[in-house]
Design a protein around this ligand. Structure first.
Ligand code: GNR
Ligand code: NI
Length: 167
């Protein structure tokens, strides 16, 4: 297992769209394991492959306190969405920034598991928020896109300054 480096917005690589996985093989399973380790270590409640510079449709999520409910999804799709909820979101690729975003309250998700088997499940509350946030990453979308231009520009300046200092 390995801890992977996480890209920070506004890195243009975070906006690159991700391609579906054709074959769920050992390389994909290795990536899932490394992504889970990276997510837990961060710590975060989700991680999408493009955040670790892999442009494939792969995500991991665990919203449990005990870190014992890992959900690994390959080629995830939202089949149905209902209701709405507002949640204070953060992102490992936008460190130190939290802002409210409105998303569906309940979703039905279809995906492949780590054996390449298709499955479907329902998610609500924080789990639904997190899956929607991760699928956005696969489409090159970062949560700051839901904020006003003014807020987004302030966040961009702050992160660019931080990146400058780190060099
Ligand atoms: O760790 C994370 N916390 C979080 C909180 C509210 C809504 C979404 C998230 S996902 C985030 C990890 C991350 O950046 N995943 O892409
Ligand atoms: Ni994120």
């Amino acid at each position: 297992m390995a801890i992977l480096g996480i890209l920070t917005w506004p890195d243009p690589r975070l906006e690159q769209p991700c391609v579906p996985v054709q074959q769920v093989d050992d390389d994909v399973r290795q990536l899932l394991d490394d992504m889970a380790e990276t997510m837990y270590q961060a710590p975060g409640i989700g991680l999408a492959a493009p955040q670790v510079n892999v442009h494939k449709r792969i995500i991991v999520v665990d919203v449990s306190e005990e870190h014992d409910r890992l959900v690994a999804l390959i080629n995830p799709e939202i089949v149905t969405a209902e209701g709405s909820q507002e949640c204070e979101e953060g992102c490992l690729s936008v460190p130190g920034v939290f802002a409210p975003v409105t998303r569906a309250q309940r979703i039905k998700v279809r995906a492949l598991d780590r054996d390449g088997e298709a499955f479907e499940f329902d998610a609500e509350d924080l789990l639904a928020v997190c899956i929607q946030h991760e699928i956005d990453h696969l489409d090159g979308k970062i949560f700051v896109e839901y904020l006003s231009r003014l807020k987004r520009d302030r966040i961009r300046k702050k992160l660019q300054k931080q990146a400058q200092r780190a060099m």
